[in-house]
Design a protein around this ligand. Structure first.
Ligand code: ATR
Length: 281
């Protein structure tokens, strides 16, 4: 079997996905390639998709700005992706396209791999800062993994409300403003920053500042440029455990690779290499 994988999106010329997936192929003694398939938003998406359907891809990833748009072209969609309303992974099998979303589950895998003990405490008090596409994926990744206490704080409260409204799992959740979250910060065991605040070139910014945190708190940021954000530095100064955002890239890719090949690649080894690549940018 010579696997043919790819990534659609725009702009994606500098994507690290080919490096990640080709490393996975090699490590699993599989042969294949992973191509960048850039689709310019000025071109007809339908025509480009037709070309893809006619190709012999075994699977592909989908990124901005096509994660929602691709749904109309799928034959089937996994429950998780349906809930999130976005697809980042497509499996091409027997002429059918099946859509998945591995972003949220990938994030949860990355967190639980770094701190395995948290998976034994599904009633931890978790705070999500932000309510965009990334937050929605992570919220449902956490719900799917069985976490029961998840609060969301966002500048635009309606967006946080919309995420929670769709939750039928009986999660104990609360909606907060960013200020309320900052005020109540010592009540949370796991704090996950999902907004773009603090991303280069505004690396000095932080969505909230805090002077104290719960004793065993874990502080996570999905921003990975810089690798250690101001938000995480703040937590480090308080001697808290942190979780770096770039690992999410590896675990969402691991899950996609597993869907395509049934092989579960080891990602730990690639963590440092990915950090170096990102730092070199
Ligand atoms: P993504 O798909 O990466 O999550 P997104 O859907 O555009 O991107 O969501 C961006 C998130 O960052 C949102 O929660 C957004 O808050 P709003 O919903 O109020 O827009 C948040 N965000 C971006 N810039 C922000 C800022 N300067 N202050 C507070 N929140 C910000």
């Amino acid at each position: 079997m010579n696997y043919q994988f790819g990534l659609i999106g725009y702009p994606i010329k500098h994507s690290l996905s080919p490096w990640i997936h080709e490393s996975f192929l090699k490590d699993n003694q599989l042969t294949g390639t992973y191509s960048i398939i850039e689709i310019n938003p000025m071109d007809s998406f339908a025509t480009e998709i037709e070309k893809l359907k006619a190709s012999n891809l075994n699977g592909f990833n989908v990124t901005v700005p096509y994660k929602e748009k691709i749904i109309d072209y799928l034959d089937e969609i996994d429950d998780q992706a349906k809930h999130i309303g976005a697809v980042n992974t497509v499996m091409c099998k027997d002429g059918k396209w099946i859509g998945y979303n591995t972003d949220g589950i990938g994030y949860v895998r990355s967190l639980e791999s770094k701190y395995p003990e948290i998976s034994k405490s599904k009633d931890l008090n978790i705070l999500l800062l932000g309510a965009g596409g990334a937050a929605k994926g992570i919220y449902y990744g956490l719900v799917d993994a069985g976490y029961r206490n998840i609060s969301i704080a966002n500048r635009t409260i309606e967006k946080a409300e919309a995420i929670i409204k769709q939750d039928t799992a009986g999660t104990n959740n609360q909606l907060l403003t960013i200020d309320q979250a900052a005020e109540d910060i010592t009540t949370f065991d796991v704090i996950i920053q999902t907004t773009s605040v603090g991303m280069k070139p505004h690396a000095e910014q932080s969505i909230i500042s805090f002077g104290t945190l719960k004793d065993n708190a874990i502080v996570s940021d999905i921003v990975y440029q810089p690798i250690v954000t101001t938000f995480l530095e703040n937590a480090q100064k308080l001697n808290k455990r942190i979780h770096l955002g770039h690992t999410m890239l590896l675990y969402q890719a691991q899950f996609a690779f597993e869907i395509w090949t049934n092989a579960k690649p080891v990602v730990g080894r690639m963590d440092e290499a990915l950090q170096h690549k990102l730092e070199g940018r």
